[in-house]
Write a protein that binds this ligand. Structure first.
Ligand SMILES: Cc1cc2nc3c(=O)[nH]c(=O)nc-3n(C[C@H](O)[C@H](O)[C@H](O)COP(=O)(O)OP(=O)(O)OC[C@H]3O[C@@H](n4cnc5c(N)ncnc54)[C@H](O)[C@@H]3O)c2cc1C
Length: 572
C-alpha cells in the first residue's frame, strides 16, 4: 500500500531527528523580534483569539460562522505535519519544535527519579495546540465532575447542561450507550485501531475482578473499555484538522502562525482589554479588538500572559516590577493528573509484527472508590514491538540503566496508574517579565499524604488485576523496580518512595485560571470573563475549577463550544 510506505518513510526520517533533538530553554526564535523598537499596526478586529489549540481552534471556527464578525487568531507555532498525523507517534512529537518543551522546576515531593528532579510538561506549539501532540484519547470524565463545577459556584455547567456541547462536536462511530454520542459533528470519534493480542486478556482480567466492559463516556464509568479516540481514516484528528481547516477558508477569519503574543493591552483607567501586542518575523505588531480579547493559550501560557499584562497575584507582579492592574489568583490552583509509570510486566508472549501505524494507547479502566467519581484510572499499553525513540519519563541515569534498559517492547506491557483527583496543588509563576522566557512550572505533586495513599491503593489494584487467571495465562510478572531498596519490597513505604521517584503526569494541567464567583479564589466567572476586567475572557483547560475523571481534550473542546454560544447570545 503506497500510503503505508509513505508513512513508514515519514516515521523513519522523523525518528532519526527525535534521537538528536534537544528541548529548548526559552522562546529563542522570538528574541530578535522582542528587541524591535517600532510597533506596526495590525488593524482592528471584533475578536482576537490568542492560541489556535484545542479551545482556540473551536472558538475561531464557531465565532467565524457569523459573517459580520472579523476575527484574528494568533498562534505561536506553525502548521501540523505528516509526522504529527500518525497516532502512534504522539510521544515522539515531544522531541520536535511543535512542543514548547517545558520542564518543571526541580521538585521536592515528586519527580525525584527524574533528571535534575524535573518532570517534562509537553505542550503543543502548532495549529491544534496540544491536540496536535496528544495521545488522542477521547474521555470526558464523570457527570459528577461537572455537577461539582456548579457546586463550586458556576451555574450553567452541570452535566445535563454541558452534554449537548459534547454531542455537538462529535461525529461518533462508537457503539456506546444511546443518548451519549453525537453524529454529524466535525470531530471523528472511533475506537482505537485494531486490538492488540492481549486486549482480551485485559478485559477478561477486569471481569474477574467484577468490572464489566463499559462505555466510559456513557451511563457508567466504572469498568474497562477499549479507548475512544480522535482518529479518522487512521490519522489524528486534532482540532486544527477537524474544526479549523474548514473555517480557515472563511474571509472573516485571519489565522496568523508563528506569532507570539507578548501582552494583552489593557486600558488601566477603564480596566478594559483593547488589543494585543505580538511578535512575528522579527517585528512587533499591535492589533485592536472592538468586542473582546479571548485568551486560549492553555493552562501554562494563559496565566503567563495574564501576569505579563498586569493581571495576577499582587505580590508576585510587584516583585517582578510589573504594574498591577487586577489582583487575581492567576497561576494558583494548578491541578494535574499524576501518573505512575513503574508498572511494567514481562509476559511469555512476544508480539510478532511491529505495528508502527497503530495507536499505542489501547484501553482504560476506572477503579471504583468510596465516592461517586473514580479515584483512579489505569491505562493499558500493550507491547508495540518498537522501542520508543527517547525517554519520555525523563528518568535519571540510574533509573535509565537499572530500569528502562530492562524493558522489552516485544514481551512487556505497561499499565499506567493515574490519580484522578489530587488534593495537592501546584502553581505557575513568571521567571521574569520577559515574554520570551518560559513560565515557571511548580507541580508540587504529593504534598498531601492523602494523594499518596490513594495512589498506593490504585497500584495495589492494578497488581491484583495482573494476578488474575487472564494475565496468569501469559505469565504476567511485575518487572523489578530497582530503587527504594531501603524499604521492604512492595510495602506501603516502598510504594510511597517509588511514587515520589517515578511518577510523571498525564499532561493534564488545569485550574490556573479557574472559574468561580469571585476574584479572591477565582480568575474568571461562569461565562469565563476575567473578574474585574472588561472585554477579556480566558477559554481553555485552565478555567476548570476542579479537574475531571477523564482526559482534558474533550472537556476543553466542550468548554469552547459552550462559550461560543454564550458569546453569540451576548452580541446578537
Ligand atoms: C503529550 C500529551 C498527551 C495528551 N494526551 C491526551 C489524550 O490522549 N486525551 C486528552 O483528552 N487529552 C490529552 N492531553 C491533554 C489535552 O491535549 C490538553 O488538555 C488540551 O489540548 C488543552 O487545550 P487548551 O486549548 O487548553 O491548550 P492547547 O491546546 O495547548 O492550546 C494552546 C495554544 O496556544 C498557543 N499559544 C500559547 N501561548 C501563546 C502565545 N503567547 N501567543 C500565541 N500563541 C500561544 C499554543 O501554541 C497552543 O497552540 C495530552 C496533552 C499532551 C501534551
Amino acid at each position: 500500500d503506497p500510503a503505508i510506505d509513505f508513512y513508514k518513510k515519514v516515521i523513519d526520517e522523523n525518528v532519526a531527528k527525535v534521537e538528536s533533538y534537544k528541548l529548548p530553554e526559552n522562546n529563542a526564535e522570538f528574541i530578535n523580534g522582542s528587541e524591535a523598537t517600532e510597533v506596526k499596526d495590525f488593524g482592528n478586529y471584533d475578536f482576537i483569539i490568542i492560541g489556535a489549540g484545542s479551545a482556540g481552534s473551536v472558538l475561531a471556527t464557531r465565532l467565524s460562522e457569523n459573517e459580520n464578525w472579523k476575527i484574528l487568531l494568533l498562534e505561536a507555532g506553525g502548521e501540523e505535519n505528516d509526522f504529527s498525523t500518525i497516532p502512534s507517534m504522539w510521544a515522539n512529537l515531544q522531541m520536535s519544535e511543535i512542543n514548547w518543551g517545558y520542564r518543571t522546576i526541580s521538585q521536592k515531593n515528586c519527580c525525584l527519579g527524574m533528571k535534575n528532579r524535573q518532570c517534562l510538561e509537553p505542550r503543543g506549539k502548532a495549529i491544534g495546540g496540544s491536540s496536535t501532540i496528544n495521545a488522542i484519547m477521547y474521555v470526558r470524565g464523570n457527570p459528577e465532575d461537572y455537577n461539582e463545577w456548579v457546586r463550586l459556584g458556576n451555574p450553567g455547567w452541570s452535566y445535563e447542561e454541558v452534554l449537548p456541547y459534547f454531542l455537538k462536536s462529535e461525529n461518533s462511530q462508537v457503539e456506546g450507550d444511546p443518548g451519549f454520542h453525537g453524529k454529524g459533528g466535525l470531530w471523528n470519534i472511533q475506537y482505537s485501531l485494531p486490538p492488540s493480542e492481549l486486549f482480551s486478556n485485559f478485559l477478561q482480567a477486569n471481569k474477574e475482578l467484577g468490572l464489566e466492559a463499559v462505555d466510559y463516556n456513557g451511563y457508567r464509568q466504572f469498568g474497562a473499555s477499549k479507548a475512544q479516540t480522535n482518529i479518522k481514516h487512521g490519522k489524528r484528528q486534532s482540532t486544527g484538522t477537524a474544526f479549523l481547516k474548514y473555517a480557515r477558508q472563511r474571509r472573516n477569519l485571519n489565522v496568523i502562525t508563528n506569532a507570539l503574543v507578548t501582552e494583552i493591552v489593557i486600558d488601566k483607567k477603564n480596566k478594559s482589554a483593547e488589543g494585543v501586542m505580538f511578535i512575528k518575523d522579527n517585528q512587533k505588531f499591535r492589533a485592536n479588538a472592538n468586542l473582546e480579547v479571548i485568551v486560549s493559550a492553555g493552562a501554562f501560557n494563559s496565566p503567563q500572559l495574564l501576569m505579563l499584562s498586569g493581571i495576577g497575584p499582587k505580590e508576585h507582579l510587584e516583585e517582578l516590577g510589573i504594574d498591577l492592574i487586577e489582583d487575581l489568583p492567576v497561576g494558583q490552583n494548578l491541578l494535574e493528573h499524576p501518573m505512575f509509570s513503574g508498572l511494567a510486566f514481562r509476559t511469555n508472549f512476544t508480539v510478532t509484527a511491529e505495528s508502527p501505524l497503530s495507536s499505542s494507547v489501547e484501553a482504560v479502566g476506572f477503579m471504583p472508590g468510596p465516592g461517586t467519581v473514580p479515584p483512579i484510572e489505569y491505562i493499558f499499553l500493550p507491547q508495540t514491538g518498537t522501542p520508543s525513540a527517547f525517554d519520555m519519563f525523563n528518568f535519571n541515569q540510574e533509573l535509565e540503566n537499572s530500569y528502562l534498559a530492562k524493558i522489552n517492547s516485544s514481551t512487556d506491557f505497561n499499565i499506567f496508574v493515574v490519580l484522578l483527583h489530587q488534593k495537592s496543588k501546584g502553581q505557575i509563576r513568571l521567571k521574569s517579565k520577559n515574554p520570551t522566557d518560559f513560565p515557571e512550572i511548580d507541580l508540587n505533586l504529593f504534598e498531601e499524604q492523602e494523594d499518596v495513599d490513594t495512589f498506593i491503593d490504585g497500584i495495589n489494584f492494578v497488581i491484583k488485576l495482573t494476578e488474575t487467571q487472564a494475565f496468569r495465562d501469559v505469565n504476567a510478572t511485575l518487572i523489578d523496580i530497582p530503587i527504594c531498596q531501603e524499604y521492604e519490597k512492595y510495602s506501603r513505604d516502598f510504594w510511597e518512595c517509588a511514587i515520589r521517584h517515578m511518577s510523571m503526569t498525564l499532561y493534564h494541567p488545569c485550574g490556573t485560571t479557574a472559574m468561580g464567583p469571585n476574584g479572591t479564589t477565582a480568575v474568571v466567572d461562569n461565562q469565563l470573563r476575567v473578574h474585574g476586567i472588561e472585554k477579556l475572557r480566558v477559554v481553555d483547560a485552565g478555567v476548570m475549577p476542579s479537574t475531571v475523571s477523564g482526559h482534558l481534550n474533550a472537556p476543553t473542546v466542550m468548554i469552547a463550544e459552550k462559550i461560543s454560544d454564550v458569546i453569540k447570545a451576548t452580541y446578537n
